[in-house]
Design a protein around this ligand. Structure first.
Ligand SMILES: CC(=O)[C@@H](O)[C@H](O)COP(=O)(O)O
Length: 257
Protein backbone atom coordinates (compact mmCIF):
# COMPACT_ATOMS: atom_id res chain seq x y z
CA UNK A 1 0.00 0.00 0.00
CA UNK A 2 1.27 3.44 -0.93
CA UNK A 3 0.41 6.34 1.37
CA UNK A 4 0.68 9.92 0.10
CA UNK A 5 -0.18 12.68 2.56
CA UNK A 6 -2.32 10.27 4.56
CA UNK A 7 -4.15 8.86 1.54
CA UNK A 8 -3.79 5.10 1.05
CA UNK A 9 -3.50 3.97 -2.56
CA UNK A 10 -3.29 0.51 -4.10
CA UNK A 11 -1.96 1.62 -7.48
CA UNK A 12 1.59 2.94 -7.72
CA UNK A 13 0.99 4.53 -11.10
CA UNK A 14 0.07 8.23 -11.29
CA UNK A 15 -1.06 9.32 -14.72
CA UNK A 16 -0.95 12.62 -16.58
CA UNK A 17 -3.96 13.79 -18.59
CA UNK A 18 -2.31 15.92 -21.30
CA UNK A 19 -1.75 15.21 -24.99
CA UNK A 20 -4.37 12.50 -25.46
CA UNK A 21 -6.00 12.50 -28.90
CA UNK A 22 -9.49 12.71 -27.39
CA UNK A 23 -11.30 12.69 -24.04
CA UNK A 24 -12.57 9.17 -24.76
CA UNK A 25 -9.04 7.86 -25.28
CA UNK A 26 -7.96 9.53 -22.05
CA UNK A 27 -10.85 7.96 -20.18
CA UNK A 28 -10.03 4.47 -21.53
CA UNK A 29 -6.37 4.87 -20.61
CA UNK A 30 -7.16 5.99 -17.06
CA UNK A 31 -9.51 3.07 -16.55
CA UNK A 32 -7.19 0.42 -17.95
CA UNK A 33 -4.21 1.78 -15.98
CA UNK A 34 -5.96 1.17 -12.66
CA UNK A 35 -4.53 4.49 -11.48
CA UNK A 36 -6.12 6.22 -8.53
CA UNK A 37 -4.41 9.57 -9.10
CA UNK A 38 -4.38 11.75 -12.20
CA UNK A 39 -2.52 15.00 -12.54
CA UNK A 40 -4.22 17.89 -14.30
CA UNK A 41 -2.81 21.16 -15.55
CA UNK A 42 -4.83 24.33 -15.31
CA UNK A 43 -2.77 25.89 -18.06
CA UNK A 44 -1.80 23.28 -20.59
CA UNK A 45 -4.05 22.53 -23.51
CA UNK A 46 -6.15 19.55 -22.61
CA UNK A 47 -7.40 16.43 -24.36
CA UNK A 48 -8.91 17.11 -27.76
CA UNK A 49 -8.54 20.85 -27.23
CA UNK A 50 -11.26 20.82 -24.56
CA UNK A 51 -10.40 23.26 -21.84
CA UNK A 52 -11.83 24.51 -18.59
CA UNK A 53 -15.21 23.34 -17.39
CA UNK A 54 -15.94 20.42 -19.74
CA UNK A 55 -12.50 18.92 -19.29
CA UNK A 56 -12.56 19.29 -15.53
CA UNK A 57 -16.00 17.66 -15.46
CA UNK A 58 -14.57 14.69 -17.34
CA UNK A 59 -11.74 14.42 -14.82
CA UNK A 60 -14.12 14.53 -11.87
CA UNK A 61 -16.28 11.85 -13.47
CA UNK A 62 -13.33 9.44 -13.54
CA UNK A 63 -13.68 9.02 -9.78
CA UNK A 64 -9.95 9.21 -9.05
CA UNK A 65 -7.93 11.59 -6.90
CA UNK A 66 -6.96 14.77 -8.72
CA UNK A 67 -3.44 16.10 -8.37
CA UNK A 68 -3.55 19.59 -9.92
CA UNK A 69 -0.22 20.76 -11.32
CA UNK A 70 1.46 24.04 -12.13
CA UNK A 71 2.88 22.88 -15.47
CA UNK A 72 4.03 25.77 -17.62
CA UNK A 73 4.83 28.05 -14.68
CA UNK A 74 8.24 29.69 -14.84
CA UNK A 75 8.24 31.82 -11.70
CA UNK A 76 7.38 31.48 -8.03
CA UNK A 77 4.57 34.03 -8.23
CA UNK A 78 3.02 32.33 -11.26
CA UNK A 79 3.20 28.90 -9.58
CA UNK A 80 1.72 30.17 -6.32
CA UNK A 81 -1.15 31.93 -8.11
CA UNK A 82 -1.86 28.86 -10.26
CA UNK A 83 -1.82 26.65 -7.17
CA UNK A 84 -4.42 28.81 -5.48
CA UNK A 85 -6.65 28.71 -8.57
CA UNK A 86 -6.25 24.93 -8.70
CA UNK A 87 -7.32 24.58 -5.09
CA UNK A 88 -10.46 26.60 -5.88
CA UNK A 89 -11.28 24.54 -8.95
CA UNK A 90 -10.56 21.06 -7.60
CA UNK A 91 -11.15 21.49 -3.88
CA UNK A 92 -7.93 19.73 -2.89
CA UNK A 93 -4.77 20.74 -1.05
CA UNK A 94 -2.72 18.38 -3.18
CA UNK A 95 -0.44 20.11 -5.64
CA UNK A 96 2.17 18.89 -8.09
CA UNK A 97 4.50 21.85 -8.02
CA UNK A 98 6.42 22.65 -11.19
CA UNK A 99 8.57 25.75 -11.55
CA UNK A 100 10.29 25.38 -14.89
CA UNK A 101 13.78 26.89 -15.15
CA UNK A 102 15.03 25.93 -18.59
CA UNK A 103 13.12 26.22 -21.84
CA UNK A 104 14.78 23.37 -23.77
CA UNK A 105 15.11 20.70 -21.10
CA UNK A 106 12.16 21.81 -18.94
CA UNK A 107 14.54 21.34 -16.03
CA UNK A 108 13.02 22.64 -12.80
CA UNK A 109 14.22 25.94 -11.34
CA UNK A 110 15.16 24.32 -8.04
CA UNK A 111 15.66 27.64 -6.27
CA UNK A 112 12.20 28.84 -7.22
CA UNK A 113 10.82 25.39 -6.46
CA UNK A 114 12.05 25.43 -2.87
CA UNK A 115 10.76 28.97 -2.35
CA UNK A 116 7.33 28.15 -3.79
CA UNK A 117 7.17 24.89 -1.80
CA UNK A 118 7.82 26.81 1.41
CA UNK A 119 5.13 29.41 0.66
CA UNK A 120 2.53 26.83 -0.39
CA UNK A 121 3.23 24.39 2.46
CA UNK A 122 2.73 27.25 4.92
CA UNK A 123 -0.64 27.89 3.29
CA UNK A 124 -1.78 24.32 3.83
CA UNK A 125 -0.95 22.82 0.43
CA UNK A 126 0.33 19.25 0.31
CA UNK A 127 3.11 19.69 -2.16
CA UNK A 128 4.42 17.07 -4.60
CA UNK A 129 7.51 18.83 -6.01
CA UNK A 130 8.76 18.00 -9.50
CA UNK A 131 12.50 18.20 -8.88
CA UNK A 132 15.88 16.97 -10.08
CA UNK A 133 17.78 14.10 -8.48
CA UNK A 134 19.92 16.54 -6.43
CA UNK A 135 20.18 15.46 -2.79
CA UNK A 136 20.68 18.94 -1.36
CA UNK A 137 17.63 20.29 -3.17
CA UNK A 138 15.66 17.30 -1.92
CA UNK A 139 16.73 18.06 1.65
CA UNK A 140 15.64 21.70 1.24
CA UNK A 141 12.27 20.59 -0.11
CA UNK A 142 11.71 18.35 2.90
CA UNK A 143 12.68 21.24 5.19
CA UNK A 144 10.18 23.41 3.28
CA UNK A 145 7.40 20.99 4.22
CA UNK A 146 7.25 18.48 1.35
CA UNK A 147 6.36 14.96 2.49
CA UNK A 148 6.74 13.49 -1.00
CA UNK A 149 9.56 13.99 -3.53
CA UNK A 150 9.24 13.59 -7.29
CA UNK A 151 12.61 13.55 -9.05
CA UNK A 152 12.81 13.39 -12.82
CA UNK A 153 14.66 10.52 -14.44
CA UNK A 154 14.97 12.36 -17.79
CA UNK A 155 13.45 15.50 -19.34
CA UNK A 156 9.66 15.68 -19.56
CA UNK A 157 8.36 14.08 -22.72
CA UNK A 158 11.78 12.72 -23.76
CA UNK A 159 10.95 9.05 -23.15
CA UNK A 160 14.67 8.49 -22.53
CA UNK A 161 14.21 6.56 -19.31
CA UNK A 162 16.56 6.68 -16.30
CA UNK A 163 19.66 8.72 -17.16
CA UNK A 164 21.42 8.70 -13.79
CA UNK A 165 20.80 5.48 -11.94
CA UNK A 166 23.36 6.24 -9.23
CA UNK A 167 21.70 9.56 -8.40
CA UNK A 168 18.30 7.91 -8.14
CA UNK A 169 19.71 5.17 -5.93
CA UNK A 170 21.34 7.80 -3.74
CA UNK A 171 17.99 9.53 -3.32
CA UNK A 172 16.41 6.28 -2.20
CA UNK A 173 19.22 5.63 0.25
CA UNK A 174 19.15 9.16 1.68
CA UNK A 175 15.38 9.47 2.04
CA UNK A 176 14.27 6.04 3.23
CA UNK A 177 11.10 7.37 4.86
CA UNK A 178 9.93 9.84 2.21
CA UNK A 179 7.72 8.52 -0.58
CA UNK A 180 9.72 8.91 -3.80
CA UNK A 181 7.92 9.07 -7.13
CA UNK A 182 9.82 9.18 -10.41
CA UNK A 183 8.18 11.92 -12.46
CA UNK A 184 9.05 12.59 -16.09
CA UNK A 185 11.13 10.94 -18.77
CA UNK A 186 9.82 7.40 -18.52
CA UNK A 187 9.39 6.01 -22.05
CA UNK A 188 8.82 2.29 -21.72
CA UNK A 189 7.36 -0.13 -19.20
CA UNK A 190 10.87 -1.56 -18.64
CA UNK A 191 12.04 1.91 -17.48
CA UNK A 192 9.27 1.93 -14.90
CA UNK A 193 10.11 -1.60 -13.73
CA UNK A 194 13.74 -0.59 -13.32
CA UNK A 195 13.11 2.34 -11.01
CA UNK A 196 10.55 0.36 -9.03
CA UNK A 197 13.07 -2.48 -8.62
CA UNK A 198 15.43 -0.23 -6.75
CA UNK A 199 12.82 0.89 -4.34
CA UNK A 200 10.98 3.88 -5.70
CA UNK A 201 7.45 4.07 -4.36
CA UNK A 202 5.62 5.02 -7.54
CA UNK A 203 5.91 6.41 -11.06
CA UNK A 204 4.16 9.42 -12.59
CA UNK A 205 4.03 9.44 -16.38
CA UNK A 206 2.10 10.97 -19.22
CA UNK A 207 3.73 11.10 -22.65
CA UNK A 208 4.55 7.40 -22.94
CA UNK A 209 0.87 6.51 -22.58
CA UNK A 210 -0.77 9.51 -24.27
CA UNK A 211 1.57 9.21 -27.27
CA UNK A 212 1.33 5.44 -27.71
CA UNK A 213 -0.48 4.02 -30.71
CA UNK A 214 -2.91 2.34 -28.29
CA UNK A 215 -2.88 4.38 -25.07
CA UNK A 216 -5.20 2.09 -23.09
CA UNK A 217 -3.08 -0.96 -23.91
CA UNK A 218 0.09 0.91 -22.99
CA UNK A 219 -1.47 2.07 -19.73
CA UNK A 220 -2.18 -1.55 -18.81
CA UNK A 221 1.39 -2.50 -19.76
CA UNK A 222 2.75 0.17 -17.42
CA UNK A 223 0.48 -0.95 -14.61
CA UNK A 224 1.83 -4.49 -14.90
CA UNK A 225 5.44 -3.31 -15.18
CA UNK A 226 5.16 -1.14 -12.08
CA UNK A 227 3.62 -3.98 -10.08
CA UNK A 228 6.35 -6.36 -11.26
CA UNK A 229 9.10 -3.94 -10.23
CA UNK A 230 7.55 -3.40 -6.83
CA UNK A 231 7.09 -7.12 -6.20
CA UNK A 232 10.71 -7.77 -7.18
CA UNK A 233 11.89 -5.06 -4.78
CA UNK A 234 9.83 -6.51 -1.95
CA UNK A 235 10.94 -10.06 -2.78
CA UNK A 236 14.63 -9.14 -2.45
CA UNK A 237 16.71 -9.47 -5.59
CA UNK A 238 20.12 -11.06 -5.98
CA UNK A 239 23.04 -8.75 -6.55
CA UNK A 240 24.83 -9.52 -9.84
CA UNK A 241 28.05 -11.53 -9.39
CA UNK A 242 31.08 -11.78 -11.66
CA UNK A 243 31.51 -15.53 -11.11
CA UNK A 244 29.42 -18.60 -11.84
CA UNK A 245 27.42 -20.35 -9.13
CA UNK A 246 26.18 -23.84 -10.07
CA UNK A 247 22.48 -24.21 -9.59
CA UNK A 248 22.74 -28.00 -9.25
CA UNK A 249 24.50 -29.26 -6.09
CA UNK A 250 27.54 -31.51 -6.57
CA UNK A 251 26.67 -33.72 -3.55
CA UNK A 252 25.52 -37.11 -4.83
CA UNK A 253 27.43 -36.82 -8.07
CA UNK A 254 28.68 -40.28 -9.16
CA UNK A 255 32.10 -39.26 -10.44
CA UNK A 256 34.15 -36.25 -9.32
CA UNK A 257 36.60 -35.45 -12.07
C1 LIG B 1 1.62 15.61 -16.95
C2 LIG B 1 2.87 15.84 -16.30
O1 LIG B 1 2.92 16.27 -15.20
C3 LIG B 1 4.08 15.51 -17.05
O2 LIG B 1 4.61 16.61 -17.63
C4 LIG B 1 5.00 14.75 -16.18
O3 LIG B 1 6.03 15.47 -15.70
C5 LIG B 1 5.33 13.45 -16.79
O4 LIG B 1 6.34 13.52 -17.75
P1 LIG B 1 6.34 12.56 -19.01
O5 LIG B 1 5.36 13.16 -19.95
O6 LIG B 1 7.75 12.58 -19.51
O7 LIG B 1 5.90 11.20 -18.57
Amino acid sequence: MLTLYGQDLRSRLLLGTARYPSPAVLEDAVRSSGTEVVTVSLRRETAGGRQGGAFFELIRALGVHVLPNTAGCHSVSEAVLTAKMAREVFGTNWLKLEVIGHHDTLQPDVFGLVEAARILSAEGFEVFPYTTDDLVVAERLVEAGCKVLMPWCAPIGSAMGPQNIQALRAMRANFPDVPLIVDAGIGRPSHATRVMEFGFDAVLLNTAVAGAAKPALMAAAFAGAIDAGRQAFEAGMLEPRDFAVPSTPVIGKAVFA
